[in-house]
Design a protein around this ligand. Structure first.
Ligand code: ATP
Ligand code: MG
Length: 571
């Protein structure tokens, strides 16, 4: 690639061009390794999801770290499925995960791997440990093992099977593989130290028997490796240099290191960072699965879910999620990030890129009594004031319009600058109108608002008046109808994980469905996933699941009011 010329005229942009990634403790470790030559200057990372659920915004943080470091240090990042527990995993999850990582903007190239690719190698290494006297077959049940493992303050007790001979262990392990023993009747354990202060080192289980077919290996195996046994060895096989994971694995690092040293194979460095916790939501896959299976939400891609599939359907852009991950940074201390920051990021992105449209969510008829019947004018509306290149469009104007029910009050409170009998407002991109009357329907609700317009005030001309309010509108005979879904947080409390019954903490108002919204006609044929700002109402996107020709459905991504700025100021 050619070098960019740096001339005087360009000097103001150099800062932006060479914007160095923010340093953090992981980068410092990598740079230290690069200086010392520990990995020959190579940086190989991996993102290792277990295909037992959809990816969520917490995974996005890990993905941005893993793929981001590889990108910034000229290395590579693998996508490796940690598919060691067939009872909870499925191809649906595998496909969804690959789709989500790509959507977020990352590419693993040729490096799509599976822990299950290494089952044979892992098995051979297990035999190697048995032969070296470092692993044994245990006949204890799960309960017996748990009971003899000890506690944080009390050492564990050795299994009565701990001192089996190498040949007996080899024979039993081979017969475990051959399927001679029922589920749960035997395990293979590493022989480390039942008195270790670190419980992970008290003879951890390496293999268990599970006569369950695997989505990739079919029924080739009936013994499956545990996470700790599979993970570090998979890293080593792939030549991963920096194995980055969340803080709960810090206590597993001695075991990670023990296995690699016991085998004497290539030794990656495990590094832990604090996981993302986000307010007003849950992030454990177990809880997300409960929400899906309990029909508390419409599926993994419900727009209220913190999953990438949900956020995408809600209208989030990959750019806004990457920006969010950049802003929250990488640290070792646990903390909780406000949902308002995530919303701020998408609002900022959509403000720049989403075209404006007029849409009336809760329609009320407005009739302009002095506007000629049957007349239609096409008025110019700006597509995006932040982006002049987005141009303008024509919006039809006629005698009968829809306005928001909220933009009229028969009795107006103080400082109400919208429509009320005797008051004037500007109709966006059109005329100033004055309310002269209104009618009530049989239900006692306002049925119709009657106004006169001043033909001299088209566009921006105010005819010398000081009109404070501007409201949006849609021409009634031209309007297209849509269903609009508004969302609030899935949980009422900021920390639903602290609740005893997290399902009871669900926000009963998290979804509001408005049928019969009226949109300007330019929205009649929009592509699924297309994003817009509906003036004064927020950012919306076309629902990719339920919207179809003849049935328009929009999701509100986020409102216009930025609560993050306020939170940031207060802290
Ligand atoms: P569970 O919720 O069941 O504990 P998990 O979220 O750890 O599972 P994995 O599929 O094992 O699920 O996660 C893949 C990677 O994503 C791991 O490296 C994990 O550390 C990371 N990760 C998971 N949750 C978060 C989070 N909230 N913040 C940052 N990284 C995360
Ligand atoms: Mg995990």
């Amino acid at each position: 690639m050619a070098h960019r010329p740096i001339s005087a005229e360009r000097s103001d942009t150099i800062g932006a061009m060479s914007e160095a990634p923010r340093s953090n403790f992981i980068r410092e470790i990598i740079e230290e390794h690069n200086r010392s030559g520990r990995f020959g200057g190579k940086v190989v990372t991996r993102f290792p999801p277990e295909p037992n659920g959809y990816l969520h915004i917490g995974h996005a943080k890990a993905i941005c770290i893993d793929f981001g470091l590889a990108r910034d240090y000229g290395g590579r990042c693998h996508l490796r499925f940690d598919d060691t527990n067939p009872t909870k995993e499925s191809q649906e999850y595998v496909d969804a995960i690959m789709n989500d990582v790509r959507w977020l903007g990352f590419d693993w190239g040729e490096h799509l791997h599976h822990a299950s690719d290494y089952f044979e190698q892992l098995y051979c290494w297990a035999e190697q440990l048995i032969t070296a006297g470092k692993a044994y077959v245990d006949d204890q049940s799960v309960e017996e093992m748990r009971e003899s493992r000890g506690t944080l303050t009390e050492a564990g007790r050795p299994s009565p099977f701990r001192d089996r001979s190498v040949s007996e262990n080899l024979d039993l392990f081979r017969r475990m593989r051959a399927g001679e023993f029922p589920d749960g009747s035997k395990t293979l354990r590493a022989k480390i130290d039942m008195t270790s202060g670190n419980i992970n080192l008290r003879d951890p289980v390496m293999y268990r028997i599970r006569k369950t077919p695997h989505q990739r290996t079919g029924d080739a195996w009936c013994i499956y490796p545990m996470y700790d046994w599979a993970h570090g060895q998979s890293d080593s096989i792939e030549g991963v240099t920096h194995s980055i994971c969340t803080l709960e694995y810090e206590d597993h690092r001695p075991l990670y290191d023990w296995y690699l040293d016991a085998l004497g194979i290539f030794h990656p460095q495990q590094i832990e960072f604090a996981r993302l916790n986000l307010s007003h939501t849950v992030m454990s896959k177990r809880k997300l699965l409960l929400l899906v299976e309990g029909n508390f939400v419409g599926g993994w891609d419900d727009p209220r879910m913190p999953t990438l599939a949900g956020l995408r359907r809600r209208g989030y852009t990959p750019e806004s999620i990457r920006d969010f991950c950049e802003r929250i940074g990488v640290a070792k201390a646990d903390n909780m990030v406000e949902l308002a920051l995530l919303e701020h990021c998408v609002r900022e992105d959509l403000n720049k890129h989403a075209e404006r449209r007029m849409a009336v969510l809760r329609p009320l008829k407005l009739v302009i009594t002095n506007y000629p019947e049957g007349k239609v004018e096409l008025l110019d509306a700006v597509n995006n004031p932040e982006d002049p290149s987005a141009g303008t469009r024509k919006v039809p104007f006629s005698r009968e319009l829809w306005i928001e029910r909220d933009d009229f009050r028969d009795v107006a409170p103080k400082k109400y600058f919208r429509l009320t009998p005797g008051a004037e407002v500007r109709l966006r991109y059109a005329y100033i109108v004055k309310c002269i009357d209104f009618t009530l329907g049989p239900d006692g609700q306002v049925a119709e608002v009657r106004c006169t317009y001043d033909p001299a005030t088209v566009g921006g001309d105010s005819g010398g008046r000081a009109v404070k309010g501007t409201i949006h509108w849609v021409s009634a005979p031209h309007a297209v109808e849509a269903e609009v879904r508004l969302y609030e947080t899935l949980f009422t409390r900021p920390k639903p994980d602290d609740e005893e019954d997290f399902a009871a903490a669900l926000n009963p108002n998290s979804l509001t469905v408005l049928t019969g919204a009226r949109l300007e006609p330019s929205l009649a044929s929009v592509a699924p996933g297309a994003r817009f700002q509906f003036e004064r109402n927020g950012y919306f996107c076309v629902d990719s699941r339920d919207s179809a020709p003849g049935r328009l459905v929009f999701n509100r991504t986020v409102g216009l009011r930025d609560t993050w700025a306020k939170i940031e100021k207060a802290t």
